[in-house]
Design a binder for this molecule. Structure first.
Ligand SMILES: N[C@@H](CCC(=O)NCCCC(=O)O)C(=O)O
Length: 257
């Protein structure tokens, strides 16, 4: 660990120039992650990754003991071999996406823990060679109609037996709040499904060997049980402590968050 209090790099999922309502919603969600992270022992540092210099990204990442990638815009479709012509096609942040995918790949290679939320999950999948369903046929089960409403839809999620996520959350099914119209299609390299919605939508993924895990729903939404986010961020911290104590090389690191 780089310091007594471990650094958590929180990568925002939009930029300061985005639609104000969306920016406000995302800001509230990120503030919740920052607040809960502090209570479990992290020192969080927010970054609009596409809006700062390359050097600032490298500096923030090198100091970080772990990374959280927040929800936000649609991932740039060219990064997974698709076009921009799809329903509710979004505001694509290519620079932010390319920089974030680099951090995901580097973290997988070095065993730096990463936790993704919503767009964070989608980016993680794309970074590792996966693809996305660009607009879910069952989108209404996952977001309120009219993207400008930014209201969450509640639905249950089944956690896959044997997954790290189920081990961390210690239950087979949980209630979640979500707001998205895209989802995992083909899985990225060495990723596995850790949770699914009743309509079969992939709700969580985790890496087979690296401490990399992501959820499609929003454990940080104000309508969610705050204990869930706390458990996830504590899991990240516990993984980091175990990893530093055992000092095993990344390639042999346990499958844990
Ligand atoms: N654009 C993607 C990701 C959606 C996402 O990350 N949303 C987070 C904010 C919640 C809100 O939209 O209000 C998709 O829609 O699949």
């Amino acid at each position: 660990m780089s310091a007594q209090v471990p650094f958590l790099l929180v990568v925002d999922g939009t930029n300061e120039r985005a639609d104000q309502t969306f920016t406000n919603v995302l800001d509230t969600l990120t503030q919740q992650v920052v607040a809960v992270a502090r209570t479990v022992g992290w020192l969080p540092n927010r970054l609009y990754i596409g809006d700062v210099s390359e050097e600032a990204v490298r500096e923030a990442y090198s100091r970080a003991d772990a990374v959280v990638i927040m929800g936000g815009e649609d991932v740039t479709p060219e990064l997974y071999g698709r076009g921009v012509d799809y329903p509710e096609s979004g505001n694509h942040l290519r620079v932010a996406d390319e920089r974030t995918t680099e951090l995901v790949r580097e973290s997988v290679a070095n065993g730096k823990p990463v936790f993704g939320i919503c767009r964070g999950l989608q980016l993680m999948n794309v970074a590792l060679g996966g693809t996305l369903i660009q607009h879910l046929e069952t989108a209404d089960a996952h977001r309120k109609t009219g993207r400008e409403e930014h209201e969450f839809v509640k639905h249950p999620v089944s956690l896959i037996e044997g997954s790290k996520l189920r081990e961390i959350l210690e239950q087979p099914e949980i209630d979640t709040e979500s707001s998205h119209h895209q989802a995992v299609d083909a899985l990225g390299q060495n990723l596995r499904i850790a949770a699914v919605a009743p309509d079969g939508t992939v709700e969580a993924i985790e890496h087979e060997t690296a401490p990399v895990l992501a959820v499609q729903w929003h454990p940080e939404s104000l309508g969610s049980d705050p204990g869930q986010l706390e458990t996830l961020l504590r899991g990240l911290l516990e993984y980091l402590r175990a990893y530093n104590q055992s000092a095993i090389p990344a390639a042999e690191a346990p499958t844990a968050l």
